[in-house]
Ligand binder design. Structure first.
Ligand code: NAP
Length: 286
């Protein structure tokens, strides 16, 4: 492998260090910030993501709140959990872990959230703020990838960035962040997806390729221009093995690549906790 590693760990540590400092300050002022999670069904990876989120909360001193809903409980139970967190003053920010099982309407539950407590930045109002380039919580994985570009001094402005995938949690907000004004932004962005034939024609011309698909090894060396920066945001699982969208062999061609483990994942949690702290600070009196 000749590429340098875009490791999320050190960047996440720096973000969590800042988060912890702000938590300590809030606690000194008598406020303990709280993060809530709503987990629906028994999807193994989702349960593990939620556990990791709470474990990291504990490390930085954020209180955890949790609703676990069985796959057959029905949409009203999910909406009740959302209402509970909206009203609970100890919950500053919360998430509804996606995907939710068939029979649940994720978008309806998002729309019912108090946008001020939307720690994932997925409420329609907050996605609207991203489009309008107004301050607000930004979806955690794209925000984490952008923070990695900043940390590793990877130039994005004016570059040709291709995002593979247009899903709501990653591909779509990623493309907006990259095209918006700001640091580690101002890029020329192309979004490709399952209805684009010959999408390698696009990725091969990119300075930066961001996988947001969720298909193992979807991006292969022949799809990447030598020297490009290649990020695997999309992941999938084979049993307990995490499989990124970007094949490991792309490391022979790229200048930077995310490692299979410790790439974007740690950043997602760090940005979630940062969103939670921002929400808590906004709710503090005075
Ligand atoms: P999603 O809703 O799962 O959508 C996947 C996207 O991939 C869609 O736009 C789809 O195209 C596209 N796609 C699927 N098959 C394709 C193909 N053969 N060729 C080209 N494009 C194809 O997206 P998401 O919710 O944004 O999540 C994307 C990925 O991010 C998932 O793997 C998820 O696990 C991962 N993720 C990772 C983290 C992390 O911490 N690393 C956090 C959150 C999400 P169409 O729109 O045409 O169907």
């Amino acid at each position: 492998m000749s590429a340098q590693l875009l490791a999320g760990g050190p960047v996440a540590e720096a973000v969590l260090g800042e988060v912890k400092q702000r938590v300590d300050e809030m606690k000194a002022a008598g406020v303990t910030p709280g993060l809530g999670t709503i987990l629906v069904g028994d999807d193994g990876p989702s349960a593990s993501y939620v556990r990791n989120k709470h474990r990291t909360c504990e490390q930085v001193g954020i209180a955890s709140h949790h609703h676990e809903i069985s796959a057959d409980a029905g949409q009203q139970t999910l909406l009740d959990a959302v209402r509970d967190f909206n009203e609970n003053p100890e919950v500053d920010g919360y998430i509804i872990q996606s995907p939710v099982p068939d029979g649940f309407d994720f978008n309806e539950s998002l729309a019912l959230m108090d946008p001020a407590k939307d720690a994932d930045g997925l409420h329609p109002m907050n996605l609207g703020r991203l489009v309008l380039q107004e301050p607000g919580p930004v979806p955690c994985t794209p925000a984490g990838i952008q923070a990695m570009f900043l940390h590793y001094d990877i130039e994005v402005a004016g570059k040709n960035v291709v995002v593979v995938g247009r899903g709501p949690t990653l591909g779509r907000p990623m493309s907006l962040l990259m095209a918006n004004k700001g640091d580690a932004a101002n890029a020329a962005v192309t979004v490709v997806h399952s209805r684009v034939p010959n999408l390698a024609d696009y990725t091969r011309n990119a300075d930066v390729v961001i996988g947001a698909v969720g298909i193992p090894s979807f991006i292969t060396p022949d799809m990447v221009r030598p020297g490009a920066v290649v990020v695997s945001g999309g992941i999938s699982w084979e049993g307990k093995k995490l499989l990124p969208d970007v094949d490991e062999s792309v490391g022979e061609v790229a200048s930077w690549i995310t490692p299979r483990l410790g790439g974007v994942g740690p950043m997602t949690i760090a940005m979630l906790l940062r969103n939670t702290i921002w929400a808590a600070e906004a709710r503090m009196p005075g």
